[in-house]
Design a protein around this ligand. Structure first.
Ligand code: 3H9
Length: 692
């Protein structure tokens, strides 16, 4: 049973029991109604308490059921709430830990609500691209007031129960044993009639029209491409302006509309994708992890410093190793400056500042890092340099220490082979700026120990990263795909685009940054260095020479004050560059390509489908465990628009046969070889299936 029924004297207790978070799926909803029927039919029962077992009162409707017949099957959440609200015996919600979404809506249908302090109260539906669809937008404003309800519903942010203690949401906050307190409360109110109903409360807000208009304007400006926030305001407006039942209907219609949007599907996909990424089929969740109480980072550059900050932020002391005092001092000073800036913005207290800075120390000696539980190498991206570092680490690190490499493209198995302990070696590919970006690509070598993998996954959570496992290949998941994207961007320049035109189209599609602005930020010399290696290792792969010509001009990007764009001192704004545009046009002429007008649609299809096709190879080869892992990499590390759900999900929404058709069209153009559909993509398209 997903809800249990028990009678204690005159009080019936219905306990939701649907782990992990008591989602209100069909079976739980049915069990609640059954419990209510029993309570109503039992003359000895005077009042009912509804609570949740385990770690939640309820996390809300079962999101997994959305878009399935179960979501609409009776009893729906509406029916359950009606049964509770219309009960002739008082129903008390006993709330603890987590009370969200449909869970809060169920509680609002109860006649009374009591809660433990510290319970997280939220209507977070907006984060899934929907709105509270079981009366939340109509009832919450009646108990916490219009403004507070609007803030909660539009942001979806949880509010601790004690902050709401003085509102009509809670009748009592119960310190100590919640169930004892809730049953005592139920006993006290058992004979009081009429039963209070939230729906009967009047919303009293003078000049609500002006407030609602102000809210519409503000929310519209903030919502970007997401339709849900504004619809939340509309539903809340109905709570003020319409009769309760009419408001409910408006809310319901808006909910049904939103649940079908691609934006909502994308957000729900991302919710489950994030959780799925943490699961590795052959590494069970109870795999014993190694303790990580101290860390070391090799290299005090931008990457090394950023990585060290992650450890310090999680309270783990970390030593940064450098070769020269000057470089070490510079690196430590940068870290300090970063923390100072955060403090100046008011996001870090002076105590926390001191604590974090104090956790990061420097050294010039390998011997001093030997006892660390994990060491992350963040040195120059060159196999020779990595070899020297890993041979040294093998000598100095204590047995059982994890040896991690921040390599972004190199073969982790080769790196592991430089040591006598390949089981302890793993790739931890951070993204720049490493203290900010959410993604951590965790590269599993052929010999990486399962406990090392489990430890690194747990560590990624501790340092608040989204860990995604990748197998070993050139560039892993993210950079291997981005190479195909960058190749297309280069070809587009040769065929008629300017960097600005490509970036604008890509940014309009929703990427945080187009490929050329991104190159200028990351440093165009990095790609140049990697390409030079590829020209030798994979001469068959073609690239546009424009990026090399740019680097030959010394235009490495923001750090040299010039890249694909011009920059002014102290200003990160990218100004279109005549020099670059001339170089691009001349290059087209030099290679005999007649420039043509290229549409935004072509730009997007060529860049995004290039990602998708490489993603399909990566999936097929088992480099990524699932398509949703690829989506997580792109959503958290490459600025792919969240409302499109990641490249693989996006391809699913476009329709894989349409993707293949577009690729066939581009295969007839220059560099047509790049457009051969990966066998997996071709197969799924032919079978009418999807990646996710
Ligand atoms: C709604 O209520 C609509 C109504 O207004 C209208 C209906 C008509 N359903 O996050 P965690 C799973 S919409 C199904 O790692 P935590 C999750 O997938 C809903 N499954 O734990 C994971 O599964 P697995 C509004 C759910 O302790 C496991 O629980 N509610 C749901 O860090 C643990 O999750 C929300 O949007 C769900 N509703 O955080 C709340 N929730 O183990 C969304 C979780 O297989 N949920 N799961 O990977 C959350 O914010 C967090 O999960 C929560 C717990 C705070 C509850």
């Amino acid at each position: 049973m997903t809800a249990e029924y028990q009678v204690n004297g005159a009080i019936a207790v219905i306990t939701l029991n649907n782990p992990p978070v008591n989602g209100l799926g069909l079976s739980t909803r049915t069990a609640i109604v059954d419990g209510m029927k029993k309570a109503l039919g039992d003359n000895a029962v005077k009042a009912v308490v509804i609570t949740g077992a385990g770690k939640a009162f309820s996390g809300g409707a079962d999101i997994k059921e959305f878009n399935s017949p179960k979501a609409l099957a009776e009893p729906t959440l509406h029916t359950v709430i009606n049964v509770v609200e219309n009960s002739i015996k008082p129903v008390v919600a006993a709330i603890h830990t987590v009370c969200m979404g449909g869970g809060l809506e169920l509680a609002l249908g109860c006649h009374y609500r009591v809660a433990s302090p510290g319970a997280q109260i939220a209507l977070p539906e907006v984060k899934l691209g929907i709105l509270p669809g079981a009366g939340g937008t109509q009832r919450l404003p009646r108990v916490v007031g219009l403004e507070m309800a609007l803030n909660m519903i539009v942001s979806g942010t949880p509010v601790p129960s004690e902050k709401l203690a003085k509102t009509a949401l809670f009748n009592e906050l119960i310190e100590g044993d919640l169930m004892q307190g809730a049953q005592a409360f139920a006993g006290k109110v058992a004979d009081i009639r009429p039963l209070p109903k939230v729906r009967d409360i009047k919303i009293d807000y003078p000049n609500h029209e002006a407030f609602l208009q102000f809210s519409r304007n503000t929310v519209k400006a903030m919502a970007g491409p997401f339709p849900a926030p504004l619809k939340c305001v509309e539903a809340i407006a109905a709570a003020v302006t319409e009769k309760f039942d009419d408001g409910l209907k408006i809310e319901r219609d808006l909910f049904v509309e939103l649940v079908q949007t691609t934006e909502s599907k994308a957000l729900r996909h991302a919710f489950f994708a994030e959780r799925a990424a943490g699961k590795i089929p052959d590494v069970p969740e109870d795999t014993p992890a190694r303790a990580i109480k101290s860390a070391a980072v090799i290299g005090a550059g931008t990457m090394g410093g950023g990585i060290a900050m992650n450890f310090a932020n999680a309270g783990i002391p970390v030593k940064i190793l450098e070769m020269k005092q000057e470089a070490l001092d510079k690196g430590l000073a940068t870290v300090r400056k970063n923390y100072e800036n955060t403090m100046k913005k008011g996001k870090l207290t002076p105590e926390k500042f001191e604590q974090r800075v104090g956790l990061i120390t420097g050294t010039l000696s390998y011997e001093e890092i030997g006892q660390a539980d994990i060491v992350v190498e963040a040195v120059f991206e060159d196999m020779g340099v990595k070899e020297a570092v890993f041979k040294k680490l093998d000598e100095v690190m204590r047995p059982g220490a994890i040896l991690a490499s921040n390599t972004s493209t190199l073969d982790v198995d080769k790196i592991a082979a430089f040591t006598k302990r390949p089981q302890d070696v793993i790739g931890t590919h951070f993204f720049s700026p490493a203290n900010v970006m959410k993604l951590l690509e965790i590269v599993r070598g052929a010999k990486t120990g399962k406990d090392v993998l489990a430890t690194t996954m747990a560590l990624s959570k501790k340092i608040k990263k989204t860990g995604v496992v990748s197998g070993v290949c050139d560039g892993f998941i993210g950079n291997r795909m981005v190479e195909q994207y960058s190749r297309q961007a280069g070809f587009l320049l040769e065929e008629g685009c300017t960097p600005e035109q490509v970036d604008k189209a890509v940014e309009k599609f929703g990427f945080a940054m187009g490929p050329f602005r991104m190159g200028d930020l990351a440093g165009n010399d990095i790609g140049w260095y990697i390409r030079k290696r590829r020209y030798v290792e994979k001469p068959e792969v073609t690239y546009s020479k424009t990026a090399d010509l740019l680097c030959e001009m010394g235009r490495y990007g923001q750090k040299t004050g010039a890249g694909w764009y011009d920059y002014k001192p102290g200003d990160r704004k990218a100004y279109p560059s005549q020099i670059v545009n001339d170089m691009v046009v001349k290059h087209s002429a030099d290679i005999g390509v007649e420039r043509r007008k290229i549409s935004d649609q072509e730009i997007i299809e060529r860049l995004v489908f290039a990602l998708v096709n490489e993603g399909a190879y990566i999936l097929e080869e088992g480099i990524a465990m699932r398509a949703s892992d690829i989506d997580m990499v792109y959503l958290t590390g490459y600025g792919f628009p969240l409302f499109r759900g990641g490249p693989m999900f996006y391809a699913d929404t476009v329709g894989l046969p349409n993707v293949v058709m577009a690729m066939e069209k581009y295969a007839k153009g220059r560099h047509g070889d790049a457009w051969k559909p990966a066998p997996l993509l071709a197969k799924l398209a032919a079978e009418g299936k999807t990646f996710n």
